[in-house]
Design a binder for this molecule. Structure first.
Ligand SMILES: [Zn+2]
Length: 93
């Protein structure tokens, strides 16, 4: 069986596009993945069968309301990761 969470590519794209603008103490790959994971955890997943592809997902789910919701969740995740980074670069003992 092949399914994936349609939110993944949309969230990944949104984070990548705006990554330089987020104010985070560290912007390494680990912190980016933390933001990515947190955002996905806070969004309702939309599972689709892989055969439908990302183009289908986009057509189906890509609208202003949904993107606005995604951006809100990303901002929340950035906030949380910014306050409590899990990576080695900023971890203090
Ligand atoms: Zn980091």
């Amino acid at each position: 069986m092949k399914v994936f969470n349609a939110m993944e590519p949309l969230v990944a794209e949104a984070i990548n596009e705006n990554w330089s603008e987020y104010s985070l103490p560290c912007k390494c790959e680990q912190c980016k993945n933390d933001v990515f994971a947190l955002t996905l955890n806070n969004l309702t997943p939309r599972y689709v069968s892989k055969d439908n592809g990302v183009a289908y997902v986009r057509a189906q789910y890509f609208n202003k309301q949904m993107m606005a919701n995604i951006y809100v969740k990303i901002a929340e995740a950035v906030n949380i990761v910014g306050k409590n980074p899990q990576c080695e670069n900023v971890k203090r003992s």
